[in-house]
Ligand binder design. Structure first.
Ligand SMILES: [Zn+2]
Length: 84
């Protein structure tokens, strides 16, 4: 991790404006979802990409009932023994 050479103040509502140069460089546009990650005492912002709720994969992710599942887990789920 290296400093971006930018210092910003947090406003009353806890907001921080990301400099336009960083938004452009990391392709963050208005309305884009951003995920907030923490690592030790660092706060990391990452463009949000849906992950499988079961294995964390980002490959072939589909949404189902407001959750996300990858193709591999979906295939495995289809091969579960039937209940009852
Ligand atoms: Zn999965």
């Amino acid at each position: 991790m290296k400093p971006a050479g930018v210092v910003r103040k947090v406003d009353q509502l806890g907001r921080i404006v990301l400099p336009k140069s960083l938004r452009k460089r990391y392709q963050m546009n208005e309305g884009d979802p951003v995920e907030i990650l923490v690592q030790g005492d660092h706060i990391i912002l990452e463009r949000y990409r849906p992950k499988c709720v079961f294995c964390g994969s980002m490959e072939e992710v589909k949404e189902f009932k407001e959750r996300t599942i990858c193709g591999q887990c979906l295939t495995e789920m289809n091969h579960l023994p039937k209940l009852g």
